[in-house]
Design a protein around this ligand. Structure first.
Ligand code: SME
Length: 150
């Protein structure tokens, strides 16, 4: 996982002429293909005025969890805490919504626009203990850059 290469490609995608939806889809596709421990990459956003998240673009296996109430699961907790959340072993997390038996660890980072938490990037890995400070750094970079164009 080369942070410089990832940053450059994120910049290329975000500064392209595609629509925001297309950019989000391209980011999902790129990250899932490029980073071996990223098995599912997706974006959830606040669903209008409701206190729930709605699945937007993603790459990976289809999930039935297209709507997640605030507070529920790892994603719902990040919607409330406004903090990045790494779970290195999902079997030890009681407030967790399973998206399949293969998933062993998960990382979620919030996306802020004008200091408001408007959504998040969510990544599942089939490896336990998959995530490190490197993931937080590159995904934090992505979320900051994204917040400027959303
Ligand atoms: N595992 C998440 C639900 C979303 S899936 O990972 C796609 C959670 O606990 O919030």
């Amino acid at each position: 996982m080369d942070i410089d290469i990832l940053q450059k490609q994120i910049d290329v995608i975000l500064s392209s002429n595609y629509s925001i939806e297309q950019k989000l889809q391209k980011l999902c596709n790129y990250l899932q293909k490029e980073v071996s421990h990223y098995d599912w990459v997706g974006f959830y956003f606040k669903n209008g005025n409701k206190n729930e998240l709605k699945l937007a673009q993603y790459t990976g296996e289809e999930t039935e969890h297209t709507i997640i109430p605030f507070g529920k699961g790892i994603c719902g907790q990040v919607a409330v805490s406004n903090e990045p959340f790494i779970v290195q072993d999902v079997s030890k997390q009681s407030n967790y919504i399973s998206c399949g038996w293969k998933v062993k660890s998960e990382i979620v980072l919030p996306i802020f626009v004008h200091k408001k938490n408007i959504g998040q990037i969510d990544i599942d890995s089939h490896k336990e203990n998959a995530f490190s400070a490197k993931d937080t750094a590159i995904l934090g970079y992505l979320c900051k850059k994204l917040s400027k164009i959303i």
